[in-house]
Design a protein around this ligand. Sequence first.
Ligand SMILES: Nc1ncnc2c1ncn2[C@@H]1O[C@H](COP(=O)(O)OP(=O)(O)OP(=O)(O)O)[C@@H](O)[C@H]1O
Ligand SMILES: O=P(O)(O)O[C@H]1[C@H](O)[C@@H](O)[C@H](OP(=O)(O)O)[C@@H](OP(=O)(O)O)[C@H]1O
Length: 706
Amino acid sequence: MEPRKELPKRIGFWLNEKKCKKFNVPEFVEECRKKNMEVIKLLLHEPLQPQGPFDVILHKITPIYAQALDANQEACLLASAFEQYLLSVPSVPVVDPVPALHTLLHRPATYALLHAITAHDDQVMTPPYVELPDTNMRTKKQLLAQAGVTFPIVCKPVFGCGGTAAHELAVVLSASRLTEWQGPCVAQSFVQHGAVLYKLYVLGDAWHLVVRPSLKNFRATDAPTVHFNSSKVSKADSCSPLTQLDQSDRAMRHPQPDNSVFDRIVRTVRESLSMDLLGIDVVIDSSSGQYAIIDVNPFPSYDSIADLMPCFATLLFEKIQQRSCGHVLSASSINDLLPARGGRRQDSAGIDIPALLRARGHLPRLQCGEDSRTDDSHEGNSSPNTITQATYNTEDARSSAAAAGGEENSCIQTDSSSTTNSKICSSSGKKNTSCDSNSFTDRKSCSSSGKKESNYGENDATVTMNTMNAAHEKTLNGRYRKELSENKGCIENAVFQTNGINVTLSHDNGISERKKTCDAAAKNVINSTDIKQNTNGPANIIAQNGIIMTSNGKRSDSSGIFDESQSKNDLKSDQNAQLNIKCTNIASKCCYELDEMQNEVHHITNNTITDGITHSLKGCLYSDQCEDDCAGYAEKHSKCDAYCNLDLASHTEGSCSCSPACDVSKTNVLCTYSAGSPSAAGASSSQPYPSHVMSSVSSSSTLQQR
Ligand SMILES: Nc1ncnc2c1ncn2[C@@H]1O[C@H](COP(=O)(O)OP(=O)(O)OP(=O)(O)O)[C@@H](O)[C@H]1O
Ligand SMILES: O=P(O)(O)O[C@H]1[C@H](O)[C@@H](O)[C@H](OP(=O)(O)O)[C@@H](OP(=O)(O)O)[C@H]1O
């Protein structure tokens, strides 16, 4: 008897029309067919569940997010439905996981991540950068100086994916020309790199190098700002005058690229994002020889890569195989490769795209899963020992849930409203449905458990596990839970690593939840005084088996305790961490005005950090609307317990500040004073160019199989 032919595996697939054309879908379908896989285009406007089941999902959803960020309600709903669907099929591999895309959508989050992961590599860096709000010139100059960003600078829109506007950039050559950029941006030091761009196209475990034209060398002068669209300068067929080196630069020797450094960059970036499809843009600093990562794109064009479709089909085939063999998927396979480096992962590097959308009013309150808490749940929870919550939507969680009488696909929710122990809940729409901080919709149900009063018991965990990445499904075990509970959560976007497998924790997104968890952390998490004062921890810290690292790479001992003297300086110089600390603490202080606070947090984040001082009023110190801002803050903060007294009398530009009488120990970072100067985040060190030489790099692709 003839062996029965296996049914084809089903690939759920979504690209927008433009990308479909570029991607050569017919060839992709054909290659998949050869491997007994069928490609089913997802109809995002229709319910997704009935379109399944799928064995793997391949998508590029970022254009939908870009539209959502541009106030398109329909796009918002589509993104929400898509995320919701992914949550409902947690064991299906997704190429690539959505939380990582949140990071790549937002340039400051991307650069924060790059800064953190390159901090210890002398040869690799991301250029100094700072997010500049649409504010007055003085503030801008101050922010640039604080961050160590030097002219010329490249100004880039804050959101980096999607339509044309995201790619309208400018090179501003001097501070006096700053007025020539309108609106907020990320400003990044320009790196002179001889007009050569190295694109690293990552496809699963393989990467391809493509050499592209890039901006010529610019130097600080008073010349007018150079506006350009990035899609016109660095494509294979670009021939912009902006990429023609000046005569005087042509003779300059440009450092030869070293494949091993590229390989390291690929591994580190891929590991940090747990993604399979990436375009990493690198330039080499002509004088220092350092490799500067200037951009990371999800699901890039793979322009000029030969035999792309068989590679795609193989990648998806392997994903399906790994799943059916019970292997952990992409994230951990990468980490397995790198046990010594200690896999890191920061899903959203502190940025919460859905929250941002809500704050801008782009997410309708209930349609897109706006937090459905009543005011009750936002306030009245000022007790430090209130809510702790953990959601583990994992395979192990499922079995635990089943063992405890829960349902398949359920999550375990440690909910301190039930005082100490975990509660098993179902994700099937029953009580306390599954929670995922990166989902638009589930926040509603998470927050429903945000009741009050419970002891912050030893067994409570304070984390919400990000369930979007199937790779995490199998990672929860007893030991893991112990570690989570020991760390008390409250470490937003932290990564815990056990046995080479990462789990990313991310916050609950609900401000009132944060307040509770942060307050709890103030009492429990980290023993360094400095960190305690900035409690709830730098969002970028990474905890591995009890060791905590700040985003500038300093390590605690194995119990999470930092050396006191060291940690002071570490934190001071750790600008990213401070930004996040501050942001979180402000949120934690003013918990009840969710949307507005998101704005405020954002605003304040844009205006933080001088000399290690984390004034909550930095925003108003430099803002044109000082008086308004201060009044606004004062009004909000006056409702917050333990908020320090503001010197309301001095609300004029440049002089409004926290009262010196403010009780530091009581008020956390809202009014914390400390001395000392910050070191510039992301400042590059001047390493001589290493002497390794790669034989040649052609403008065609080179395949590097790891
Ligand atoms: N810090 C920098 N120093 C020097 N040149 C830079 C820097 N940042 C960007 N560039 C130049 O500007 C181009 C576009 O920058 P970038 O990649 O950040 O923009 P983008 O809009 O994200 O582009 P993409 O189309 O690749 O997504 C780069 O290819 C490079 O030529
Ligand atoms: O792969 P290269 O040639 O580097 O170019 C990519 C850009 O760098 C990306 O910014 C584009 O993505 P977005 O359109 O999502 O911004 C991306 O757009 P695509 O998804 O339309 O291919 C590419 O154009």
